[in-house]
Structures are given as structure tokens and as C-alpha cells.
Design a protein around this ligand. Structure first.
Ligand SMILES: Cc1cc2nc3c(=O)[nH]c(=O)nc-3n(C[C@H](O)[C@H](O)[C@H](O)COP(=O)(O)O)c2cc1C
Length: 166
């Protein structure tokens, strides 16, 4: 099989934020898709080894910051290449609060949701969540995963479901 064909699938770039009981944490994800509109439902794939997976299992609630082409790529790195287990990821990232969750300040939109179901795979949990709130924050163009790779020249770690060894 030609694994590069997976690069032709399209995604956005997002920051999931959640609460671990003591502090806010979260991680960068691309694997979000809308499943239904009524009720508004999404799916989100999170690696078993990510601290975010543990926190989502525990607290069930989260928010999603939808990054734009104008969003500072530093948040993608901070949330995508370090673990919230031993590090407070929001310390150097400007954020605003929506429904008691931190949202990346320069995101172009946000969603707030609650996990209602999940499917386990060998490496990732696919969380199914109902969306309880959301809004557009500005009119910038949402960042696509291919923009992140081709224009920002960003990489993805092994824990991303779309990881392809170079
Ligand atoms: C562009 C990009 C996309 C990513 N997509 C996902 C994803 O969809 N699911 C996932 O589990 N991890 C994904 N990751 C990896 C996590 O963000 C990374 O493993 C993070 O350090 C986990 O942090 P945590 O341990 O605090 O949860 C992605 C990383 C990047 C940079």
C-alpha cells in the first residue's frame, strides 16, 4: 500500500483543552470531524499515551480552539510536542475563557463539548462528543493540516493518527 495516499485526506488544526482536576491542559489534534448536525456531534481521535486522553476519560468535558492561518504556530508546538503531565501548557499562550474552558486567543472559532461515547482502536480512542456551545471568533481562514505542513513547515509527532515516518 502507498501510505502517502493518506496525505490526500483533509483536516484542520485544533487545540483541545480540558481540565485534569487541578489545572487546564490539552493537546494539538487534527483528527476532528463533525458526525451529525442535530444534535451537533463530533468525533475526536486521541492517542492512549497522551495525558489528554486520561483527562477526557476522567472529566468528559472539553473545548476545541479552531486555529486559523494567522494563529501563532507556537501554540501548535507547545500543545503538540510536550506533555501536560509535567508542564502547564497555557503559561505562555494567550487565552480567553468560554464556558469555563481556556480558548487560544488567536483561534478563529471554538466549540465546547461533552463526551457521550467512545470506540477503542489499538493506539487511539475515538471519542464521540455532543457539542453544547461554539462560536466564530474572527473571519480569518481556518488552518488546514496541509497548510500546516506545506506553508508553516510543521511536523507531526508519532502520537498523531496521521503520522507517516519520513
Ligand atoms: C499537527 C499535530 C496534529 C496532531 N494530531 C493529533 C491527534 O489528532 N490525536 C492525537 O492523539 N495526537 C495528536 N497530536 C499529538 C499530540 O498533540 C501530542 O502527542 C501531545 O504532546 C500530547 O500532549 P498530552 O500528553 O499533554 O496530551 C498532534 C500533534 C501535532 C503537532
Amino acid at each position: 500500500m502507498n501510505n502517502n495516499v493518506f496525505r490526500n485526506l483533509s483536516y484542520g488544526v485544533y487545540i483541545v483543552s480540558c481540565f485534569d482536576g487541578d489545572k487546564f491542559t490539552g493537546c494539538t489534534v487534527n483528527s476532528i470531524m463533525q458526525i451529525t448536525s442535530e444534535p451537533a456531534t463530533i468525533a475526536l481521535s486521541v492517542n492512549h499515551s497522551n495525558y489528554t486522553n486520561e483527562c477526557l476519560e476522567k472529566t468528559k468535558k472539553f473545548a476545541i480552539s479552531i486555529l486559523s492561518e494567522k494563529s501563532n504556530p507556537m501554540s501548535i508546538g507547545t500543545f503538540g510536542f510536550r506533555s501536560g503531565r509535567d508542564f502547564f501548557k497555557f503559561s505562555n499562550i494567550p487565552f480567553l475563557m468560554k464556558d469555563n474552558f481556556p480558548i487560544i486567543k488567536d483561534a478563529c472559532g471554538y466549540l465546547v463539548g461533552e463526551i457521550i461515547n467512545k470506540v477503542e482502536t489499538s493506539t487511539h480512542t475515538v471519542f464521540i462528543a455532543k457539542i453544547t456551545d461554539g462560536d466564530i471568533l474572527n473571519n480569518e481562514t481556518p488552518m488546514t493540516y496541509s497548510y500546516y505542513h506545506n506553508v508553516v513547515k510543521g511536523k507531526s509527532p508519532k502520537t498523531a493518527p496521521t503520522y507517516i515516518q519520513e
